[in-house]
Design a binder for this molecule. Structure first.
Ligand code: NAD
Length: 422
């Protein structure tokens, strides 16, 4: 699709009500999507979730009683269950978020990742193909001019939206590493790091990737972990079902999310909750890994924008322009906590939460840097994040302080022990 110059935000134009099947709607991002759809659109939502350790219906407490919300507990790998749900609910589109999502757990036990992320996606694609493509569907009229040819991007006309990660691209050069190679004199004048400048017939070297490089929609896939490899596989399956069978698909690849209702195995909620209890704040390696953070509600809005306005067969990268080293993230959380809930010296025997930081063995195969070029979704669809990292992180810390009812019971599922040692 050619970028639209001088993009104008679409005027509010309520879509005709559709029936959206959201997989993984009890998870962190899925629940944000479900809350967004129920609160800000007129669509019906069918939440299909197996309720693994990561699924939590409490995250949907605000919308669970809405007549447009339906819940089906089912495994996306179960073909019969998926077909029954299609028959009962006749969804017009799917937002597919169900996945095993934690890299550390994929190192300890990859099987569930292969199963849910690859076989589960395949199972859903086949169910969608059977229900949507085996019988001819009437074209959806363009709501703006009903007599014109159908809108080729006809938003809610049987669309399979696959939600993926930027981790499929592998990692980007880290500014510290590039600086290090310059300091060691390894770089030649063209900027490459060829081993011997005196070699009689030097092998041409690719230009040194710059520390400013970002993941674009055409960056080749180079996944590092069982998690990212399983997500990469699922992305390929979705694109193959578009090319081979003509399924209306759209794929999004997003950077690290953070925000309310985040299961405390992931860095930001783990640090907040450990700090509040005076427990060590584990920092992998030197803590210099860089991630590009996106507030989960900005992601949910982006996903709904892509579902409704994205072009068929296209990929959109979604990111927050917030590159931060993990150690900076931990320090900032400690500062915010110190301000919002100052350390009780008598209880924790420390003066500042930062004293709880502990450096631990790095994750095997740990990617150094992720950063997203989100210009395509901004220019073509008009989406931009609303939260800065400072505003989003403050909201997040405040949310955990205010919502113990949500996170206290999770200790039974996971007591914040170290995962991912392999
Ligand atoms: P999550 O782990 O919080 O939630 C996953 C949900 O999927 C849970 O509710 C779980 O019960 C459900 N689920 C797992 N296996 C299932 C199965 N076999 N059948 C049905 N339901 C099943 O994950 P998340 O962080 O909300 O991520 C959602 C999606 O977004 C994933 O596909 C992930 O790869 C992608 N993503 C996540 C991030 C991030 O930072 N969290 C970033 C980019 C992309």
């Amino acid at each position: 699709m050619t970028p639209t110059p001088n993009f104008q935000h679409p005027t509010p134009n309520p879509q005709p009500p559709s029936s959206i099947l959201v997989t993984g709607g009890a998870g962190f991002i899925g629940s944000a999507v479900v809350r967004h759809l129920i609160k800000h659109t007129n669509h019906t939502v069918i939440n299909v979730d197996k309720l693994t350790y990561a699924g939590n219906l409490q995250s949907l407490r605000d919308v669970a009683d809405d007549p447009r919300y339906h819940f089906e507990q089912a495994d996306i790998c179960d073909r019969q269950a998926m077909e029954d749900i299609f028959t009962r609910h006749q969804p017009t589109s799917i937002m597919h978020l169900a996945a095993e999502s934690h890299v550390d757990r994929s190192i300890d036990g990859p099987a569930e990742f292969i199963n849910t992320n690859i076989i589960g996606t395949y199972t859903l694609l086949e169910a969608a193909r059977k229900f949507w493509l085996s019988t001819p569907q009437p074209p959806t009229p363009n709501p703006q001019s009903p007599n014109s040819t159908p809108n080729p991007h006809s938003p809610m006309h049987h669309r399979f939206h696959h939600i993926s990660t930027d981790e499929v691209y592998g990692d980007l050069p880290h500014p510290d590493d590039i600086l290090g190679s310059r300091e060691l004199g390894l770089e030649n004048r063209e900027g490459s790091t060829s081993p011997s400048p005196h070699s009689p017939s030097p092998i041409p070297q690719p230009p040194t990737p710059s520390p400013q490089s970002l993941f674009t929609e055409t960056t080749p896939y180079h996944p590092s972990s069982p998690y990212s490899a399983s997500k990469a596989s699922s992305d390929h399956l979705v694109r193959a079902w578009h090319r081979t069978y003509g399924l209306n698909v759209v794929v999004t690849n997003c950077s690290n999310n953070y925000g309310p209702y985040h299961f405390p195995e992931k860095l930001i909620p783990l640090v907040i909750l450990n700090a509040l209890e005076g427990k060590p704040l584990p920092i992998y390696g030197k803590g210099d890994q860089i991630r590009d953070w996106l507030y989960v509600e900005d992601h949910a809005r982006a996903l709904c924008t892509v579902l409704e306005h994205g072009a068929t067969g296209e990929t959109y990268n979604i990111g927050g322009h917030n590159e931060k080293k993990n150690i900076e993230v931990v320090d900032t959380i400690c500062e915010i906590l110190q301000e919002l809930s100052p350390v009780q010296h008598s209880t924790l025997n420390i003066q500042h939460y930062k004293e709880l930081k502990v450096f631990v063995a790095d994750r095997p195969g740990h990617d150094r840097r992720y950063a997203i070029d989100a210009s395509k979704i901004q220019q073509e669809l008009g989406w931009t994040p609303q939260e800065t990292f400072a505003s989003g992180l403050r909201k997040t810390v405040q949310w955990y302080l205010d919502n113990q009812w949500w996170w206290q019971p999770l200790r039974e599922k996971y007591n914040r022990e170290r995962l991912g040692n392999g």
